[in-house]
Design a protein around this ligand. Structure first.
Ligand SMILES: O=C(CO)[C@@H](O)[C@H](O)COP(=O)(O)O
Length: 230
């Protein structure tokens, strides 16, 4: 029977490994992006330590916090073993999402170039690609401008995503935040978000992209979410 400590170890390993996907898909520079994962069944999450390079990350360096972003002390045990590092500076935003979206098991933030360029203009990415219908069920919305330091970013993410099919939001002047049923799904949404941001940007240089009817978007979304890959 697996224990809470086994579960924490598993989520730490997964969250740590997924940071390699951020660099593999060139979604981040330096330390400007982070992945977190919920610890299922507990009011806990695992997130990247702040300011640590991706190539230095190990599962043991991942920080376990409560859903207010406060590191847990682990009652002094080695296994919980919080590394004594600060959790990511985006922890409050991730924690707010977990508190307010119970079905979300993973959150990702990047400053990937094309998605962030759309965020800098405060412009949603219109649904002009079947891939967008599949993954996002419509356009990728823009969230409000919000400063780091309190729940403003988290509130902006939750308010925007609860009004949309999209697992990605472009926080204005900041960058994309993505969600998923687990951390891997949130990373996938971050990869897809950057891909469609780039493609739609290029299409715009050539002319006006053609919109897709709402009914066709709904059909694409339904198939991809419920049939594809099963
Ligand atoms: O958006 C920002 C800063 O503006 C953050 O995403 C940081 O760049 C991430 O740093 P960590 O604290 O996660 O290392």
């Amino acid at each position: 029977m697996s224990t809470l400590l086994d579960t924490i170890a598993g989520v730490r390993s997964e969250v740590c490994a997924l940071h390699a996907e951020l660099t593999r898909y060139e979604l981040v520079v330096w330390t400007a992006g982070n992945v977190s994962g919920r610890i299922p069944g507990h009011e806990l999450m695992v997130i990247k330590p702040s300011g640590v390079s991706y190539d230095e990350l190990t599962p043991e360096l991942m920080v376990v916090t409560d859903l207010h972003g406060t590191p847990v002390d682990g009652h002094g045990t080695v296994e919980w073993g919080n590394p004594g590092l600060s959790p990511s500076s985006d922890t409050a935003a991730h924690a707010y999402v977990y508190r307010n979206m119970p079905d979300v098991g993973g959150v990702v933030h990047t400053h990937s170039t094309y998605a962030t360029a759309w965020a800098a203009r405060g412009e949603e990415i219109p649904c002009v690609l079947t891939m967008m219908g599949d993954e996002f069920g419509g356009s990728i919305p823009v969230g409000p401008f919000a400063l780091i330091g309190d729940d403003s970013i988290g509130r902006g993410i939750v308010d925007t995503l609860t009004a949309s099919n999209s697992p990605a939001v472009l926080m204005q002047n900041h960058g994309p935040f993505t969600i998923g049923k687990d951390a891997r799904a949130a990373v996938k949404a971050a990869v897809m978000c950057e891909e469609v941001a780039r493609t739609v940007h290029i299409a715009r240089q050539l002319g006006e992209p053609l919109p897709i009817d709402r009914a066709k978007i709904d059909s694409l979304y339904e198939r991809y979410q419920n049939v594809y890959g099963r």
